[in-house]
Write a protein that binds this ligand. Structure first.
Ligand SMILES: [Zn+2]
Length: 497
């Protein structure tokens, strides 16, 4: 008994000492300086910079006393990526009835194949619009589908990615997306031609994918007596439209497969049946992001990503140190994702193969781009207000002397961050920081150093808000990991575990 009492007592002293030690700017800066140094080469997935980055995070979490929660007892969960860059392609359309060919401008329809080479003739061409595949009688199997990128109004319509996935699962051989805004065609074209990276999941891609401009789409559908604008505006259309055309297409694509890694650690709770918490942030950035200019050989070519997102990783390291060893009730997971900049891919890989059942996650807190504000008081909550956690976040904010910006402006970023992957799956996910409450500095960052070589450690790096945010995350951890303070998910569910 006495022995136990001493243990508890020393535990209290330990917790008390750790609690007293708030996260300071200097503690965050130390990690940012290392992660955003030129030696880390801009933390591009699949490079030497990745090796250094994931090793640094794992060693920091290990020193903090976290347990590895990646694959096979390691800190790392492999993420297989595929980069596809269009090389050459050709496509011809012919009117089925009259056998007449339709001429399109070759620079306004671009294609890439899933495999290095694709060739197929006589593919029937259909327009999918916003048709409900479950209700529509017309099959898309073996067909080439034209799909508008965005719904006419922003409502509950499933987004482009999900509509496209449905068509692929239903057997579409190709999906060509329609860029509705002709003025933005060249931007989309450049972006597409630069290549894109995806998870190495063949089921997520059609054999042939591409883009078509609004004007060329208009030309194509006129062959069937249809009007492009009417088709695109009809969001209530429930039927897939047969365009009465056949297509012959070929495409050669550069396909590069490589491996990257998420880093996952865990603080085991004393009562893991009551659920788990997840703190996350992305470690990746753009690497050596400028081509060498022979006229300026020494010019900076590294996108170091100091704010985006060495700052978020520094929060995760320091938060883990504070929460580790406190003996919280719930499990607390820490996740550093790869390939966020390539489309939230590391986060998707995590949810595809999570170390803990997603239903057990009571809350996810994502830290991205936190080092902007000089205001340690105001915070914005990016995330759904209707989860029921809002009230509790408010309690922690009041306790920490933080004021929540409830203007909702920060929600403009909701789809542009890793937490969105969890939201799509119904897991409450939030991004809470001073940076997104500071509209002025956020805008200045996005218009300036964002995704540029100038996002690096220099005198302008502002860590006042970041340090306050890091301490706020420690407070969130203590609150939500405690079953007394946050009873959370119904205890009746416990019997199932
Ligand atoms: Zn970014």
């Amino acid at each position: 008994m006495r022995f136990i009492a001493i243990l508890i007592f020393s535990g209290l002293i330990f917790a008390g000492a750790a609690r007293a030690q708030a996260i300071a700017e200097a503690g965050l800066l130390r990690h940012i300086e290392i992660l955003a140094s030129d030696a880390f080469e801009g933390r591009e997935p699949g490079t030497l910079g990745e090796n250094k980055t994931v090793h640094y995070i794992a060693s920091q979490w290990s020193a903090a006393g976290l347990h590895p929660a990646g694959e096979k007892g390691s800190w790392y969960a492999p993420v297989s990526l595929v980069e596809r860059t269009p090389d050459t392609y050709r496509i011809y359309f012919a009117n089925k009835g009259r056998g007449k060919s339709v001429r399109l401008r070759p620079d306004e329809i671009i294609l890439r194949s899933r495999s290095p080479s694709f060739r197929q003739s006589h593919m029937p061409v259909v327009f999918a619009g916003y048709a409900d595949l479950e209700r529509d009688g017309l099959s898309v199997t073996g067909k080439l589908v034209l799909l508008p990128r965005k719904p006419p109004e922003d409502d509950d319509m499933p987004d482009f990615r999900n509509r496209k996935l449905k068509l692929i699962r239903a057997g579409a051989v190709g999906v060509i997306s329609v860029v509705e805004d002709q003025d933005r065609w060249s931007r989309f074209q450049r972006f597409f031609q630069r290549g894109s990276t995806a998870l190495a999941d063949p089921e997520n891609h059609a054999d042939l994918e591409g883009l078509i401009s609004f004007e060329q789409f208009g030309k194509l559908v006129r062959q069937s007596g249809l009007d492009a604008e009417t088709l695109l505006a009809d969001k209530d259309a429930i039927s897939i439209v047969d365009l009465g055309l056949n297509a012959d297409a070929s495409a050669e694509t550069q396909v590069r497969s490589y491996l990257s890694h998420n880093v996952i650690g865990k603080i085991p709770g004393t009562d893991p049946k009551r659920g788990a918490l997840l703190f996350m942030g992305h470690w990746d950035h753009f690497g050596i992001c400028r081509i060498e200019d022979p006229l300026e050989p020494g010019k900076d070519r590294i996108c170091n990503g100091a704010v985006d997102n060495a700052s978020g990783i520094s929060l995760l390291i320091e938060t883990a140190k504070r929460l580790s060893g406190e003996g919280q009730d719930r499990d607390i997971y820490f996740l550093a994702t790869t390939a966020e900049e390539k489309g939230l891919l590391g986060a998707r890989a995590f949810t595809d193969n999570p170390p803990v059942a997603l239903e057990k996650l009571i809350a996810v807190f994502n830290a991205d781009t936190i080092a902007l504000s000089d205001n340690g008081q105001e915070i914005a909550v990016v995330g759904p207000a209707e989860t029921g956690l809002d009230k509790d976040i408010g309690i922690v904010a009041a306790q920490e002397g933080r004021e929540i910006d409830r203007s909702g402006k920060a929600d403009a970023y909701i789809k542009r961050q890793d937490g969105y992957v969890f939201l799509e799956l119904g897991v409450p996910a939030f991004m809470i920081s001073s940076a997104f409450a500071d509209e002025e500095r956020l805008k200045a960052f996005i218009d300036g150093p964002y995704h540029d070589v100038s996002d690096e450690v220099n005198d302008t790096l502002e860590l006042t808000g970041a340090a306050a945010d890091a301490n706020f995350h420690v407070a969130l951890g203590r609150y939500f990991a405690s079953t007394a303070r946050y009873p959370g998910i119904a205890t009746s569910g416990e019997a199932d575990n």
